[in-house]
Design a protein around this ligand. Structure first.
Ligand code: M6R
Length: 613
């Protein structure tokens, strides 16, 4: 969704902001803008479309200064247009604002301000913030107090960053809820403010995250944090371990392709430091899982969205089979309103790459309200889902930039596997010999994924055959049913080809009617306990004339003669097979979308982190 960058310091703010916005492109946007405090006062540049348009505008009409704020906008109120793009300026030009989230009471506020004589130049909800701040701003009040008073009036989940020519020595930023975070980058004699880490990592790795209902006054050499009543709060800077190079495309054509290939390293890092191969033990220290809690857990509710939800479906099989704990998996947008039967002896486990997904955070809040223990599996360091949980597992995969999630799918599968082993051990439901075998199997995972990646040329050949199809069905059973869902999601979100994932056994109850020579079936049929069932599913699809692409284990001799194309995966312990079988499907979706000439990393209508409901 929207992205924010602000800079104050000795350097020229314009290139720093433009560069920061570039690094937030992955979030999805349809217009962009920046405001810089120049010698001639605040100057604004805004453009519809991708950032190169804003860049061209800035080249044609340069602006330079030492304080500035920028924004990439994902339209909610009002079409993508120059006048709706941020920053927004108040009537007398004293206040400049960029904003993420939705001001839920903006209609009432706009009517009130209009009645007082304010002129609105955009259709956005955000513009009311600039007018309100100016309404409160006076020599006595000052910018900080005017922002604070304005924030009291805003309903909804918002992140706001403000500057004013009247007080050129500061930027004021605030976080009102879960819609988008605010992170302050603490540099040497300079400071940055952003919605996300990648915008500032190349300048500093020392950062401080705002909690909801906190605001911050950022000056070149000082940062003052406070709550919305103006009470000072302690600033707690952390040093982010992410390498800024991890947010570069490098030799790859797209971030998604790079991130698919980074899975070997990501999975190695996921396992490193958490597994004692000699003792056959798992250590997940940040989860705060005590033996007492492990024995007390009645049920685990996994809640997540999109790809993370699919990881949760695999997690159910892992936790139930390995630890023998009952698990329910629910899409977070449903969980939050379902009044689920959650109690104090239950765990609500959220999975989220961004850790900022509004529905997932709301589901966590619902779990907390009902007294459950809150856990999360999160990639974005310092994100809300990490901070509000009582325990977390951090995905060790570095920043994921491509909108289509890849490495942040396979890492939580391994995290859930490790969690299942640890829980089974602490609950006494997993015999020691079995535990040692399961732990030993983990060592293989990065290597097995690397084997699949080496077969990219074979995937490209299949992509060529499928790139013009109109519709595809992905089928799988058991632990690889979720792989079918995930493969279909990958294809549809970046190639815009209609794709459905289905439990293979359900085909005969309806979807088989769709099959014909033009509707390929992608069948997940590795050597797992459901293999024999999948053989007959492939036969049924062929009998209806559908072309079949089968994902099968090396050495398989039954399915390849039936299939039109084969994607091979190495023999893998079945509980870990989803980590491996999804990889050819990620590559397939990627290459189909790239062959169709589409914007793989920023597909239409999608944002990387979905911070609105
Ligand atoms: O950041 P999260 O993991 O919470 O995001 C959840 C979904 O929005 C995300 O997985 C989405 O489905 C991806 N575009 C899938 O590739």
């Amino acid at each position: 969704m929207c992205g924010i960058v602000g800079y104050i310091g000795p350097r020229d703010a314009t290139p720093i902001i433009l560069n920061g916005l570039k690094r937030l492109e992955y979030r999805g946007y349809d217009s962009a803008g920046l405001a810089v405090l120049t010698e001639r006062g605040v100057q604004l540049r805004r453009a519809v479309g991708k950032l190169h348009r804003l860049q061209a505008l800035v080249e044609a009409q340069p602006l330079s200064g030492h304080v500035g704020i920028g924004h990439t906008r994902w339209a909610t109120h009002g079409e993508p247009s120059q006048r709706n793009a941020h920053p927004h300026v108040s009537d007398r030009g004293q206040v400049v604002v960029v904003h993420n989230g939705i001001v839920e009471n903006f209609l009432a506020l706009r009517d009130e301000l209009a009645a007082e004589g304010a002129h609105f130049r955009s259709e956005t909800d955000s513009e009311v913030i600039a007018h309100l701040i100016e309404r409160f701003l006076s020599r006595e009040t000052g910018l900080v107090e005017a922002v604070r008073q304005t924030l009291q009036l805003l309903e909804g989940s918002n992140a706001v960053v403000v500057m004013s020519a009247l007080e050129p020595d500061k930027i004021v930023a605030a976080r009102l809820g879960n819609a988008g975070g605010i992170v302050v980058g603490l540099g040497e004699d300079e400071m940055l403010v952003a919605s996300d880490l990648p915008a500032i990592l190349e300048h500093t790795r020392r950062v401080a995250f705002l909690e909801p209902r906190q605001m911050v006054v950022v000056q070149r050499d000082a940062v003052h944090l406070m709550d919305l009543d103006g009470n000072p709060q302690p600033l707690q800077p952390t040093v982010v371990p992410w390498d800024p190079v991890a947010a570069e495309k490098g030799e790859y054509r797209h971030f998604m392709q790079k991130e698919i290939h980074e899975q070997v390293r990501g999975l190695t890092d996921t396992i490193a430091g958490r597994v004692d191969f000699e003792g056959g033990k798992i250590y997940l220290d940040t989860l705060n899982l005590t033996p007492e809690l492990a024995r007390r857990v009645r049920k685990i509710f996994i809640t997540a969205c999109g790809t993370a939800y699919h990881a949760g479906l695999v997690g159910k099989t892992l936790l139930e089979r390995i630890a023998r704990v009952p698990v329910e998996v629910m899409v977070a947008s449903e969980f939050r309103y379902a009044d689920p039967l959650v109690g104090p002896d239950d765990v609500v486990l959220a999975i989220s790459q961004s850790g900022e997904t509004a529905d997932t955070l709301a589901a966590m809040e619902e779990g907390r309200r009902k007294g459950a223990t809150l856990w999360s599996i999160v990639n974005a360091i310092g994100s809300q889902a990490m901070r509000i949980a009582q325990g977390y597992i951090s995905m060790q995969v570095g920043p994921e930039i491509g909108v289509a999630s890849t490495k942040a799918y396979t890492a939580p599968l391994v995290d859930l596997y490790m969690l299942a082993v640890l829980l089974g051990d602490l609950r006494g439901t997993l015999p020691a010999a079995e535990r040692r075998r399961l732990v030993a199997d983990l060592r293989l995972v990065p290597y097995l994924v690397s084997q699949v990646l080496e077969r990219e040329e074979e995937v490209i050949a299949v992509a060529r055959q499928l790139k013009d199809v109109r519709s595809c069905l992905y089928i799988g059973r058991g632990i690889n049913m979720a792989t079918a869902y995930e493969g279909a999601l990958k294809l549809k979100e970046i190639s815009y080809i209609h794709a459905e994932g289905y439990p293979a056994g359900e085909m005969k109850h309806g979807p088989i009617a769709l099959l014909d020579e033009e509707t390929p079936v992608i069948a997940l049929a590795p050597r797992d306990p459901w293999y024999e069932k999948m053989v007959s599913q492939v036969e049924q699809a062929k009998a209806r004339g559908a072309p079949v692409v089968a994902v099968v284990t090396e050495g398989d001799t039954l399915i390849p003669p039936l299939a039109d194309a084969v994607l091979w995966v190495p023999p893998t312990p079945w509980l870990l097979s989803p980590v491996v079988t999804v990889v050819p499907l990620q590559m397939l979706a990627y290459h189909i979308a790239a062959m169709r000439g589409l914007d793989v990393d920023q597909p239409r209508n999608l944002a990387k982190s979905v911070t609105v409901e």
